[in-house]
Write a new protein. Sequence first.
Length: 148
Amino acid sequence: MGKAYPLQKNYFQFLPLLIWMSIIFFLSHQPGEDSKALSDWMVYLLNVFQLEVETLKALNIPFIIRKAAHFTVYGILFLFAYVACMGNQDRNKQIVLSFVITLVYAISDEIHQVFIPGRVGHYTDVLIDMAGALGAYLGLEFFRSRLR
């Protein structure tokens, strides 16, 4: 057998990352009204817990839900990027590459939204996305330390 090269690894490692990127693209491609409706749906779901819908809207809960979604979605993207980069002998490179993938995708997502009716791109969303990636990394390190 020949020498194994770094790029000759299990391509299925990339599948969750590519699927997740596709989901993000689909959600980002929705016009502003559709995106707002999804946030409003979450507010009505919270109404199940006996919280008044109008009170939730007055507290700007839909905005908080959207930003929490950014944080969560990009934290998950970071984890999938981390898995996709496994097999790299240098763990630091794996971590850096995972952050770079997440950052580049977050920036491209905000640029993409500029071209969607009713949507805008915000640099603050990229910051929230990267905070989600950092949160995922810190969670990963926490669980790794517990396994040692």
